[in-house]
Write a protein that binds this ligand. Structure first.
Ligand code: C5P
Length: 241
C-alpha cells in the first residue's frame, strides 16, 4: 500500500527547528522528505552565480524552471554539484526573499513539488505546503516557537559552528525574515485552517519528534495504517522539471 502519495506537511517560521525534525519524522515513518526551502535556496544561488538582477522577474523565473535539483539523504545537488553548504550562506539567505516573492518562481516550485511527491509518501517542509502546495494533505502541522526562543536556539547553533554573533543581531534578522515571509502576497507564511499548531518552546528535539509522530498517528487514514517503518531509500530523488 506504499506509494499512495500520502502527504504530511510541516510549515513554520525560520528557526522553529522544523527542518531537522521534519527530516527525522520522515525517516521514522518511512516517508520521503522534501525540503522546499532548499529549492528556493538553489534558485537563489543559481541566479547569484549568474550575477543576475533578481528584479528581472521573467529571467529569474526561467532559471527556476531550468535548474535541476536533486535530493540525496544528506545532500542537495544543483545541476550536478553538491551545494548543501553553498545554499546556506548568509549571502543566499539575504537575497532569497527576492526569489521567494517572485510569483512565477513560486508557481514553478509548487508544480515541481507536486510532481516530486506524485505516487510517493512524503513529508514536505516549508512555508506554504499546507496552504498552497498540498491543500488536501492527509496531515498538516504548523511548527512554531516564540521569536525569543527561536533566536536563542539559533545563537547556540551558530556558537557551535564558531560564529560569534549577538542574540540581538540574530533576533533582528529573524524578525525581518518573519516579516518578509508573512507579508508575501502569494505563498506567505500562515497556518492552514486545518493544520495542527505545535509550539515547541522548552521542548527538546526528541520531544518535538515524539509529538509529531503522535499527531501523524492520530491522523491515520486506512491507507496510512499501512505505513511501515522501512528506512528512507538513499537514492537520489530527482526533482522533475
Ligand atoms: O526553510 P528555509 O529557511 O531554508 O527557507 C528559506 C527561505 O525560502 C524562507 O525564508 C522563505 O522566504 C522561502 N521559502 C518559501 N516557501 C517555502 C520554503 C521556503 O518562500 N515553501
Amino acid at each position: 500500500m506504499r506509494g499512495k502519495g500520502l502527504i504530511v506537511t510541516i510549515d513554520g517560521p525560520a528557526g522553529s527547528g522544523k527542518s531537522s525534525v521534519a527530516k527525522r519524522l520522515a525517516s521514522e515513518i518511512g516517508f520521503s522528505f522534501l525540503d522546499t526551502g532548499a529549492m528556493y535556496r538553489c534558485v537563489t544561488l543559481a541566479c547569484l552565480r549568474k550575477e543576475m538582477d533578481l528584479g528581472q522577474l521573467q529571467q529569474v523565473a526561467n532559471i527556476a524552471s531550468q535548474v535541476q535539483i536533486e535530493f540525496f539523504a544528506d545532500k542537495v545537488v544543483l545541476d550536478g554539484e553538491d551545494v548543501s553548504e553553498a545554499i546556506r550562506t548568509p549571502t543566499v539567505t539575504k537575497s532569497i526573499w527576492a526569489i521567494a516573492d517572485n510569483t512565477a518562481v513560486r508557481e514553478s516550485m509548487v508544480a515541481a513539488q507536486r510532481r516530486w511527491t506524485a505516487g510517493r509518501d512524503a513529508v514536505t517542509e516549508g512555508r506554504d505546503q499546507g496552504t498552497i502546495a498540498f491543500p488536501d494533505a492527509e496531515c498538516k502541522i504548523f511548527l512554531t516557537a516564540t521569536p525569543e526562543e527561536r533566536a536563542r536556539r539559533r545563537v547556540s547553533q551558530l556558537l557551535e559552528l564558531g560564529v560569534d554573533i549577538s542574540y540581538e543581531e540574530v533576533l533582528e534578522m529573524q524578525n525581518q525574515r518573519d516579516r518578509q515571509d508573512t507579508q508575501r502576497e502569494s505563498g506567505g507564511l500562515k497556518p492552514a485552517t486545518d493544520s495542527i499548531m505545535v509550539w515547541t518552546d522548552g521542548m527538546t528535539g526528541d520531544e518535538v519528534l515524539q509529538r509529531l509522530v503522535t499527531i501523524v498517528g492520530s491522523k491515520r487514514t486506512p491507507e496510512m495504517n499501512s505505513m511501515t517503518e522501512q528506512p528512507l531509500q538513499h537514492k537520489p530523488h530527482l526533482m522533475p522539471r
